[in-house]
Design a protein around this ligand. Structure first.
Ligand code: IPE
Ligand code: IPE
Ligand code: MG
Length: 228
């Protein structure tokens, strides 16, 4: 290991499922299934490495404007995988938290989420934060509106506590798979000092070895936080 200890919190923008499928002349839905399978393995590996907090960007607010057929496919995958995965998380003592605007999701998906959060509550080995219907700007705006409602001037700590990620330390390492070099409205406030790691590897191909490479790169970064 280099300069840095293991990151306490890793956040991942899981991009490239559609292109993964296209390369194989498969429908986009096949890419999402491959991505779903990989997501589970990746989360396990992240916690096995001793990282305490993991945030996975599964669906942005903007993604909710995709064609109905693609969204229905994603919801179907969620229904198929989520209950089992939540049980596994509970067994492994990982606490699940879902961030994002639930009013934008189908009611039965919300019920599954609530159930998953209930069964994993108290998990002490780590926290898995799943971002579904999540937007960084919306998160900030909700907090601002709450601050206005309270009629209070806030410190950074107080503001952070009004965000959906309240109580979770800011990400140390932010990974984006799938070649694009942008944040796409992910954790805008929270990632202020995250180390950024971009890779061309499409999400379904983002193996344990690729994750280890990202952690290794992180360990060599010099984090100055504006100081000399
Ligand atoms: C990321 O993969 C998963 C979601 C946003 C749901 P994409 O579906 O964006 O895949 P590409 O970018 O089209 O390859
Ligand atoms: C970002 O991927 C959101 C998720 C991976 C959940 P997108 O595919 O939506 O991002 P853009 O459209 O390329 O910015
Ligand atoms: Mg994409």
């Amino acid at each position: 290991m280099g300069e840095n200890e293991l990151p306490r919190h890793i956040a991942v923008i899981m991009d490239g499922n559609g292109r993964w499928a296209k390369k194989r002349l498969l429908p986009r839905a096949a890419g999402h299934r491959a991505g779903m399978n990989r997501m589970i393995g990746l989360a396990e590996h992240i916690f096995d490495r001793g990282v305490k907090y993991c945030t996975l960007f599964a669906l942005s607010t903007e993604n909710l404007s995709r064609p109905r057929e693609e969204l229905n496919g994603l919801y179907a995958l969620f229904r198929e995988y989520f209950p089992n995965n939540a049980r596994t998380l509970a067994q492994k003592s990982i606490c699940l938290r879902v961030i994002g605007d639930r009013t934008l999701l189908p009611a039965d998906i919300v019920a599954l989420i609530e159930d998953g959060e209930r069964t994993t509550a108290g998990g002490e080995r780590g926290t898995l934060q799943l971002a579904i219907g999540y937007g960084g700007r919306q998160d900030i705006l909700n907090a601002v509106n709450e601050a206005v409602r309270l009629g209070k001037t806030l410190t950074q700590e107080e503001f952070s506590a009004l965000l959906s990620t309240s109580g979770i330390p800011d990400p140390d390492l932010l990974i984006r798979t799938g070649k694009e070099l942008r944040i796409s409205n992910f954790l805008l406030w929270q990632a202020a000092y995250a180390e950024l790691y971009f890779t061309d590897v499409l999400f379904p191909d983002f193996s344990d070895r690729e994750l280890d490479k990202a952690i290794e790169a992180y360990s060599r970064r010099e984090r100055r936080f504006g100081k000399v």
